[in-house]
Ligand binder design. Structure first.
Ligand code: ME8
Length: 675
């Protein structure tokens, strides 16, 4: 029987549309899944969406939708994107599906029946952004994880006896050092557990968007218990169907949960403890990668610094994004994204590197050998350079495989490209085009050897990196006349398998060079998305004279209207581009060294934003805490005195007088849009 390999991405929250941070994890997993299939493993690759909890409920409310409608829309955006990118997931789980809900009930019951759940009262702070109970003290205290203000929760809850599992968890980390990778994350987790574990509240009763607790539907199950369970519910845990039970037997435990570093605690402490409590086997390994940064901070919706995958797909294609992310970012560490670096890598490594090697090698075989792979003469025409390429290729196969199996994608690709560079040099040094001008038997034989050697090296790189850049390598493989690359058994890969007289397919370039406008085009697409504009041509800069005066020292360029009405008026569509929302000030404080500035943390329902506003002369900070204000929510972030300002607070600024914040006479829910 073949080996199985079960791997998962986190299931992504549906409070915001996907960006390339989500794509990064999904691409890494897709690469591993494709490689495992080529290695012959019975592979199961799971992804999906996390749809319950207070954060989603609030996001839906702010969008004027029911949580289910909202979740349906955003979940579909994730799925559509993965389909467009050719992600080869085997299942896409949604936590609002019946199959999941029923099986989560089973898990809850099993843990309860095993005696690990009791009822108690929780009083403390909760961070809605992280959906995390925190140890912070006092109303509005900042979350130790993300710094956002926490909310006080006082509820009767069900508790999970997490504290009882500390010793077993420590034993797990010690006995299985590979359970958490990389080492830095393992150390963090171990010191967290060593610091003492408190029992965990695993239900909420003050909102209803979740899976009801079995036999006590006033409570909903804590969203992280619900979400983590997806890894077993999707493959049939708790099902009464025979097929589902067999799938669970076959695939569980997972071979790999791939996650971002911010959710290590949930996966490496809570999840194994839940499984121990349910007496289920534990996953074999959890690998946490670093963050994709953009403009120096973590790419995330709440910071407004996201780049969408679609933009890159439109301009350069999925392979470019996949290659860039895996090559540029050292796996496990944070890495920066920039359009400049993307295009530079694309041109250097893909267009001029692999693409050029493929097209020059295959074009010469087509031209000089009528499109059939020539065979190297074993005696007459062998030179040291030929066997050096074969030797390099052998080394590359071994090193690449070992690095990629340790998820060192960047180093693995560097190694693979060392073969591309070696063959390039070999071709330049041997000048096959010059040999082709001479019809002597010796020249023909030498030419055959050089082109065979180049084509064979090309075949080897192509097979190795297929899981990383599947589209282009499938094309090169077909151009090499080798059929369907997905069926190629990687364990068999070795030098010399390219058969004499293999008939090449049609030779076409796979990576056209990106010109200078590629960067501009991508940047413009993202700017337009951020400002809410979708038209493509440049528009004149205008600002609405009717707009309320904004007392925001970090005024970003206003959203540009698509249609400018001659007398300076704007259309309703123009106005709709400005996203005005009700926010509530959670924290207000003076900015050191700036008399006019206040640093505010404003809750927008779905997230808490830091806004730096020029209202210090009008308002004492303590008067602002708890106050509802109007925020321009879709302004591009700006830095002021080193602080990032994400949005703008709206106020009237009378001539010569003090600013007066826009506010409401009636109570309005936080997050409501003004329109
Ligand atoms: O945490 N850089 O969902 P989420 C790298 N629903 N990876 C990033 C990233 C960035 N800037 N931004 C997002 C949740 N990611 C929970 C998970 S699992 C049982 C529940 C990736 O939508 C990365 O994998 O906030 C990160 O862990 C995940 O998206 C968080 O997605």
């Amino acid at each position: 029987m073949s080996k199985k390999f079960y791997l998962t991405t986190p299931i992504y929250y549906v409070n915001a549309r996907p960006h390339i941070g989500h794509a990064y994890t999904t691409i890494a997993c897709d690469t591993i899944a494709r490689r495992q299939r080529m290695l012959g493993a019975d592979t199961f690759f799971l992804t999906g969406t996390d749809e319950h909890g207070q954060k989603i409920e609030r996001a839906a409310e702010a969008a004027g939708k029911t949580p289910q409608e909202f979740a349906d829309e955003v979940s579909a955006q994730f799925r559509t994107l993965w389909n467009r990118m050719g992600i080869t997931y085997d299942d896409f789980i949604r936590t609002t599906e019946d199959r999941h809900k029923k099986r989560v009930h089973e898990l809850f019951r099993q843990i309860r029946d095993n005696g690990h759940i009791y009822k108690g009262t929780y009083t403390g702070q909760y961070c809605v952004f992280d959906e995390l109970y925190v140890d912070a003290v006092g109303p509005g205290a900042p979350c130790p994880e993300c710094g956002r203000p926490t909310e006080t929760v006082k509820e009767e809850n069900y508790f999970f006896k997490l504290s009882a599992f500390a010793d077993r968890l420590m034993q797990l980390y010690t006995e299985q050092p590979d359970f958490i990778r990389p080492e830095t994350r393992r150390n963090e987790v171990m010191s967290f557990v060593r610091g003492g574990l408190r029992d965990l509240s695993i239900s909420r009763s003050t909102f209803s968007w979740g899976i009801p607790v079995p036999d006590d539907p006033k409570h909903v199950i804590y969203v992280w218990l619900d979400a983590l369970a997806n890894y077993i519910t999707a493959i049939g845990y708790g099902s009464s169907h025979k097929g589902a039970q067999e799938a669970f037997q076959k695939y569980w435990p997972a071979d790999l949960h791939m996650i971002g570093k911010e959710i290590v605690r949930f996966h490496c402490v809570y999840w194994p403890a839940f499984l121990m409590a349910a007496e289920l086997p534990l996953p074999k390994s959890i690998v946490a990668h670093g963050w994709l940064l953009f403009e120096e901070s973590k790419m995330s919706k709440s910071r407004g610094n996201i780049v969408r995958a679609e933009t890159i797909l439109d301009v350069l294609g999925a392979d470019a994004l996949r290659y860039f992310l895996l090559r540029e970012v050292v796996f496990g560490q944070d890495g920066s994204f920039s359009f400049d670096a993307l295009v530079q890598r694309y041109n250097a490594d893909l267009a001029n590197g692999l693409g050029n090697l493929a097209s020059r090698t295959l074009t010469m075989i087509t031209r000089y050998f009528r499109g059939e792979v020539p065979y190297p003469s074993a005696t007459v025409s062998q030179k040291a350079g030929d066997s050096a390429i074969a030797e390099t290729a052998r080394k590359v196969i071994a090193e690449y495989s070992s690095l990629v199996d340790q998820y060192q994608f960047s180093r693995a690709l560097e190694v693979a490209w060392s073969l591309v560079a070696a063959v390039d040099k070999y071709i330049v040094e041997n000048e096959p085009w010059a040999l082709a001008e001479n019809q002597s038997e010796e020249s023909r034989s030498r030419l055959a050897t050089i082109l065979y050697t180049s084509a064979e090296a090309l075949r080897i790189v192509t097979a190795l990196v297929h899981p990383v850049i599947p589209d282009a390598t499938a094309k090169i493989w077909a151009q090499l006349g080798l059929g369907d690359i997905r069926r190629f058994p990687l364990p068999d890969l070795k030098w010399g398998q390219l058969q004499l007289s293999t008939k090449l397919g049609n030779v076409e370039p796979v990576f056209p060079r990106a010109d200078k406008t590629a960067i501009e085009r991508m940047q413009k697409m993202e700017d337009q998305l951020r400002s809410g504009t979708t038209v493509t041509q440049a528009e004149p800069e205008t600002q609405s004279p009717a707009a309320p005066v904004a007392t925001h020292a970090a005024v970003a360029p206003a959203a540009k209207p698509a249609v400018v009405v001659p007398d300076g008026k704007i259309t309703i569509d123009d106005f709709a581009k400005v996203e005005l929302r009700v926010g509530q000030v959670k924290v207000a404080e003076k900015v050191k060294g700036a008399d006019k500035l206040l640093r505010l943390e404003v809750d927008l329902g779905t997230e808490v934003r830091q806004v730096v506003a020029g209202i210090a002369e009008s308002y004492a900070p303590e008067l602002l805490v708890g106050r509802k204000v109007v925020i321009v929510a879709n302004l591009a972030p700006r830095k002021l005195r080193g602080l990032e300002s994400n949005g703008m607070i709206v106020a009237a600024s009378p001539e010569g007088g003090k600013a007066v914040l826009a506010s409401f006479l009636e109570d309005v829910p936080v997050g409501t849009r003004l329109k």
